[in-house]
Ligand binder design. Structure first.
Ligand code: FAQ
Length: 311
């Protein structure tokens, strides 16, 4: 019985048809999706902090308005993704609890500091660039609500990426100090951006099964390569150097060769010991606690309205 259901499920996935919330699905498929989508949602919410740091100190009204809009979009993406986990039976309050208790992960990238305004530009260019590379294929992920969320999110991410690149272009046309600030930010963010794609394929515990279920459409290393190939010409146009002495075009492969990030650093950051992990989680916990009265008021209002409608 269950084997027949599983066979039918895999046939649907192999035929590139979407799995919808009411369809039967293996329990492990559901769990994997909740894990990945929740991590993604947490990343969007935690990811508001590094750039949010600059909203009150943006150098002009125009830059402030752009940054405010971008950070607001990230909140929207997070909420949208939490809604997708709810279609799988997850509970948003429970997921938030797991995040602030350190029982669920979010992307390693958001544990690095943003000491200068050039970081805002480099996050847009490299971090949103990596996010797009990773998320465009997820528009074809097998779970319908996640795939549809990705279509909308990718449109906004591409605007985010362009605002970052435009900011950096502007700084590169500025003073020598501004150019140095951009180069310094690129030097700090390049390797962490490569880590966003996850560990190398031979250390990636989830890839094989997730590829079979067509949750993931490419391996971590495939997407990392794509990102490097996409970014090198952008760096040249911008006039910055990517801090990798091994980076060079390989005509035979038709791809760039590049060095490996420090994977020990990656695992340290993932396990909670990066430069800003404690600060990011503490800030999120505080915001959640400070918002308790809003959630209570909203729930009381909803109950009252439901009562009014009934009577
Ligand atoms: N950080 O077996 P795999 C954004 C964990 S973009 C932390 O390869 P998987 C937009 C992984 O969970 C960022 N942990 O795992 C934005 C697993 O642990 P587990 C978010 C990582 O899932 C821009 C273990 O390592 N994007 O927020 C990381 O098959 C600017 C083994 O790894 C997404 O989440 C990492 N970098 O592949 C917002 C995209 N990498 O769970 C604000 C959707 C791996 O077994 C500002 N997610 N781990 O305990 C994915 O595509 C996948 O989940 C991967 C990881 C590719 C991230």
């Amino acid at each position: 019985e269950i084997e027949e259901l599983e066979r039918r499920f895999q046939r649907t996935v192999d035929a590139e048809q979407r799995i919808e919330p009411r369809d039967w699905m293996p329990e492990a498929y559901r769990r994997t999706l909740v894990r990945q989508i929740a991590q993604h949602a947490h990343s969007e919410i935690i990811g508001m902090q590094p750039e949010g740091n600059w909203i009150t100190r943006a150098p002009s009204l125009r830059r402030k308005a752009i940054l405010l809009a971008k950070v607001q979009d990230e909140a929207g993406h997070g909420l949208y993704l939490y809604a997708a986990t709810e279609t799988l039976g997850a509970d948003r309050e429970d997921l938030t609890r797991r995040l602030v208790d350190g029982r669920q992960k979010y992307s390693s990238i958001f544990n690095y500091p943003t000491p200068t305004f050039a970081d805002v530009g480099v996050i847009g260019w490299l971090v949103d660039g990596a996010a797009i590379c990773n998320q465009v294929p997820l528009c074809r992920t097998s779970y319908g609500p996640y795939a549809r969320a990705m279509i909308r999110i990718c449109k906004e991410e591409s605007f985010h990426q362009r605002q970052g690149y435009e900011l950096l272009m502007t700084m590169m046309r500025g003073s020598a100090e501004q150019r140095a600030m951009v180069q310094d930010a690129v030097d700090r963010w390049w390797w962490p951006s490569l880590m966003m794609f996850g560990p190398p394929d031979d250390a990636s515990t989830n890839t094989e099964q997730s590829m079979r279920w067509r949750i993931k459409r490419h391996t971590n290393d495939e997407l990392r390569q794509k990102f490097v190939d996409m970014t090198v010409p952008q760096a040249e146009k911008l006039g910055v150097t990517l801090p990798d002495p091994q980076l060079r075009w390989n005509a035979e492969r038709g791809h760039h060769d590049f060095g490996q990030p420090d994977w020990d650093e990656f695992w340290r950051v993932v396990k909670g010991d990066g430069p800003c992990n404690a600060q990011r989680v503490a800030h999120r916990r505080r915001a959640h606690e400070d918002g308790a009265w809003v959630r209570e008021a909203a729930a009381a209002y909803a109950r009252k309205r439901a009562g009014d409608a009934g009577g």
